[in-house]
Design a binder for this molecule. Structure first.
Ligand SMILES: [Zn+2]
Length: 107
């Protein structure tokens, strides 16, 4: 088995565990996220950044650990971490393109 595949499966497991442990032990949950980030950096692949806070390593669960808002004027989705109040925004251009493609297929 390829090393990168092993690293990616470990990262997925760690992020899954982080989500499970959040209600029981928040410190352990953050530790799992930081370990997953370290493994991803070592093997040079990207964990999707919409899954955790980059500054405090809190796993994102909408409504519980992160506030998600849509800004139509900026065409962005705003994520605000509820533990450290750091915010990040991501464009939703890709989702718009997918929706347009589906509309074209129907007609
Ligand atoms: Zn945070």
């Amino acid at each position: 088995m390829d090393l990168n595949v092993i690293a990616q499966t470990r990262c997925e497991k760690l992020l899954h565990l982080a989500k499970q442990m959040l209600s029981e032990d928040e410190v352990l949950s953050k530790r799992y996220v930081s370990l997953a980030r370290k493994i991803a950096m070592r093997h040079r692949f990207s964990l999707r950044s919409k899954r955790f806070c980059k500054s405090c390593n809190t796993i994102f669960i909408a409504g519980r650990t992160v506030k998600v808002r849509v800004s139509p004027s900026q065409q962005r989705v705003l994520y605000t971490c509820l533990s450290c109040k750091r915010s990040a925004s991501f464009p939703f251009v890709k989702e718009k393109l997918i929706r347009k493609a589906k509309c074209v297929k129907r007609s």
